[in-house]
Design a protein around this ligand. Sequence first.
Ligand code: ADP
Length: 306
Amino acid sequence: MTNVLEVADVVKGYGGKTALDKVNIHVREGSCFGLLGPNGAGKSTLMKLMTGILQADSGIIRAFDMDTRHQMSKIRQLVGYVPQEITLYEKLSAVQNLKFFGEMYGVKGAELKRRIENVLEQVGLSDRASEAVGTYSGGMKRRINLAAALLHQPQLVILDEPTVGIDPQSRNHIFEMIRGLRKEGLTLVYSTHYMEEVEALCDDIAIIDHGSVIAQGSLHEILERHADKAVYVESDHITEPPQLSGIIQASARGRGWVLESEQPLNTLHDMSRLLAEAGANVHALELVKPSLDRVFLKLTGTALRD
Ligand code: ADP
């Protein structure tokens, strides 16, 4: 499968402070690529480099086999960018706003009218289309921002934390829309600091922290490579870390113990036998489901919170 976007050894600083340090990522055609990291990790900076708003200090970014340093005007025709900031005229209606954006991309007349109707439908705001954007909720404004980025029918859509601070209804619309765009074959780059969003939407993920990519791959690959394999056990019988071969580390969690193990099935089996032999009362004995949450904590030493 070809890569729509390739970021190679990209470095970017602001006045001597490094925001991105030798970042390498590649985005496969037709995939949804999630950039996951806390505030200040460098996600927006990376997206601004991808869209030519900023220039890298060093390294290369190629989109559709073109170099962003030299062929940005061609690339721009193929890329839709949804910034975090809302860039709409409050006094104008959604249709008027979209007309403005469409004309900026050279779309006009009946074709523009048709596309505006389509994107409004996609973001679920056709019925409010003639009202001034100033009367919209934050989530609705963001949906119009998203619609604006689709008017020129891009092949790659880059969304910078599109769900921050919005109502659940708008969030659902955005999710639906992203799934719809995927079905149409578009490629998406999606940044967020919500783990569950990348888990739900993305095929490939880069975890970014302090300007560096610290893990990259499919969700499955990342979990396989970095998640601790473990068993959770909760029983009145176990009041201290169980001594069983194969357990790398035992740590108290809630009322029970998380037993990290290279061979969690063996540990589960050994633990079950031990508890059965002791005639113990068992409240829980199960494999711990690996999560991005745990991976992030393990890789960065900090939890990824809002
Ligand atoms: P994220 O999108 O992950 O929150 P950003 O790319 O916005 O991260 O920021 C990365 C780092 O660069 C942060 O330390 C931020 O303070 C800094 N930064 C971002 N934009 C600017 C700017 N215009 N001037 C100076 N520093 C900036």
